[in-house]
Structures are given as C-alpha cells and as structure tokens.
Design a protein around this ligand. Sequence first.
Ligand code: NAG
Ligand code: NAG
Length: 409
Amino acid sequence: MESATQKLKNSILYLAFLYAVLYLLHTFILHKLLIGNQPLRVKKNPDRPLRFRSDGTFKILQVADLHYGNGAVTRCRDVLESDFKYCSDLNSTQFLKTMLEAEKPDFIAFTGDNIFGSSATDAAESLLKAFGPAMESRIPWAAVLGNHDQESTMNREELMFFLSLMDYSVAQTNPPAEDFSNIDKGGRKKHIDGFGNYNVRVYGPPGSHLANSSILNLFFLDSGDRETVQGHRTYGWIKESQLHWLRGFGQAFHQGQKQNLDHSHDALIPTSPPALVFFHIPIPEIPQLFYQKYVGQFQEAVACSRVNSGVLQTLVALKDVKAVFMGHDHTNDFCGNLDGIWFCYGGGFGYHGYGKAGWPRRARVISLELGKGKKDWTGVQRIKTWKHLDDGKLSKIDEQVLWEWQSPR
Ligand SMILES: *[C@@H]1O[C@H](CO)[C@@H](O)[C@H](O)[C@H]1NC(C)=O
Ligand SMILES: *[C@@H]1O[C@H](CO)[C@@H](O)[C@H](O)[C@H]1NC(C)=O
C-alpha cells in the first residue's frame, strides 16, 4: 500500500518534472523564436470563411495598377504641372486610405501591377508600403500579379508567396495540393501555369440559413507578364492549364453544391452561386467592345496578348461567371458585355503609373446584395458597380447594375 508521504513525494517529483520541461521549452524553443530580440511576427489572419454582412450585403473594392515604387521619394506621373511638386506614392497610399474609410468594403481585390518593379529598390519594402493601408484596415484582401510586379528583387513565385503571408491577405500562390479539381485522371497533381491562381468563397450572413453555404465564388488568375510568340514580343495570357483548373473547379463545385441543396427546402436558393473573376491583362476580345455599348471611358488601345487561349469561351461555359475585373490599361475604365459576362476595368489607381493629367485616378467598387425571401435570405440577388474619383470630392460615377437574379421559368 502506498503511504501518504510516498504520494506527496510523487506529486513533488511530478511538479518538478513539469517545471523542468516548461523551463527547457522556454529557454530553448522560445529563444529560437526570437530574432534580434523581437518576438517572431506571425501572420494576422482575417476571420474565415469570408461572409456577407448581417444586412445581406458584401462590398469589394478593386484597386487596379497601384504601381507603387519606394514611397515618399517616388514621383507621380501624368499629373497637372501644378500638382507635380508635392506628389508621390504617398498620394496613392492616401487615396487607398480614403477609399477604405469612405466605402468600408468587406474585401479588397488588387488586380496587378501592385508595385512598379523597376521603381522599387526592394520588392518586400515596396509591397509592405503598398499594401500597408489594407493590412492596417484588417479588411481581408487578395491580389494577383500584373506584368510589372516582378521587375524588382523578387520573382513571381516569391511575390505571390510573400503576398500570401501578409496580414489579412487571403491570397494563395496556387491551389493547395488537396484541391480535388486539380488532379488528373491518373491521380497526379497537374502543373498549373503562373502564380496566384486561387479561389475564395464567400458564405452567407452569420446566423442565417446560408451561414454554412458558399454563396459567392471569387476566382483569381495569373495573366502572366510578357512572352515572345513566333518572334513577336507580346503580353502574357491565361494558359490552358489554368482554364483546366477552373473548369474542374466548376464541375466539382456544382456537384458538391447540388448535394447540399437536396437537403434544402428553400427553392429560392440559386442552384449554383454567381462567380466573379479577377486578373490583370485584358483578353483579346476586349477591343471589340469599342464598337458596342459600354459604360465608362475607352481612351486607349487595349494592350492584350496576341494569343487567344479561349478564356471567354471557358468563362461562358462555366455559366456562373457574371463579371470579370481587370487592370493594365490605366485610362480605360469601362464595363462592356461579351456573351453575357461583364468585363470591367478598374481604371488606374496609383499615381506612379501612367495616366492622363487632369483625369483623376480612380477606384472601382463592386456591391452585392442578397435577396430576401419570406423568412430568410435567398442568395445573391443583385451585383452593382460604380467608381470613385480621387478629385478631392471622391465623386461617384458610372453606377450600373451588372447582374440581377431572374427566377427560372
Ligand atoms: C498629393 O498629396 C499632397 C499632400 O497631401 C497634396 O497636397 C497634393 O495635392 C496631392 N496631389 C494630388 C495630385 O492629389
Ligand atoms: C452551421 O454550422 C454550425 C456549426 O457546425 C451549426 O451550429 C449551425 O447550426 C449551422 N447552421 C446552419 C444554418 O446549417
């Protein structure tokens, strides 16, 4: 039989052991986590999944062509003579802060040429400054690359990896290995071209019957930088491997969503949620819009690739894509419709990117509203967009409805 003293001895030994373990952990492990006596910075993550607000809205700010350089010392381009002296990257920073305050978006989408590589001495420093207001705002954000981001000290893979690790970013370098849609018939993970191809799902409002359903899909694609095709220099394009991933994703999503809906009694929920797509370089069909009706301004030749890889056909076949948001051509800011899908430019945002003196820098807002049924939300009902000018009054222009849910007949 164990005596009371024996028990006490055991307890003391146990406590001593515990203390020793904690001490060792503290000295050896924590010590390793300290870099230059600074505690290791861990990425701050937004609450996941992303959700519509309780009032049934979700608002996205598109920032196209921020073109950040080194900050205060990087001069503005194409501003009025009188504005030139006191204008730098900090004006882009201020515009971003102003937009975040004014619109209070739920999500920020940066559509490439976030930094202007050739003006950024250190890519990491430039990225931290460029995305500073987004990180400080704690609003979840994502980014794709343009054709200029990699012209500094990081290649495209490093840039996307860095972006994915920044505070409140939901950007990914590429789809995760377990992504079911990216496995070929032999069960191998397929190579996917580029860096920054990923999907972000947005769920229904907290506490609603859509709280556990993905009701909006956001797709981000890498449209590349520059390529040489048969001796001609041209812009990059979205490759077949990326479109394959997108198609696979669409199919898998439809199947999964159908199963979920079999258990639902609310017939008003659309069978598949609408999708929005974000990439940098316009597709080769965009020039056709010049001869059609568009909302906004078409002021410069579309700098698209010579290669048409069938992006439009793929997006149309997916059926859920309602709108695409692009950048690249800073003085085009229009939305035009191709085969039922809206293609919208953000319009140049950053002051170090080329522009047009006297034509204010601008930003696009995308606003989504849920429909209200008898008892609860019915799914995305309406997608609207408008722009704001950095003209001192933050003028709101070109508001339009991009898509409205029609009950199936
Ligand atoms: C840039 O910012 C400075 C300082 O706030 C301001 O005085 C100037 O008017 C801005 N320039 C432009 C073109 O917005
Ligand atoms: C969503 O999931 C949570 C956690 O599993 C559960 O408590 C809640 O009832 C679910 N809501 C709906 C509407 O299914």
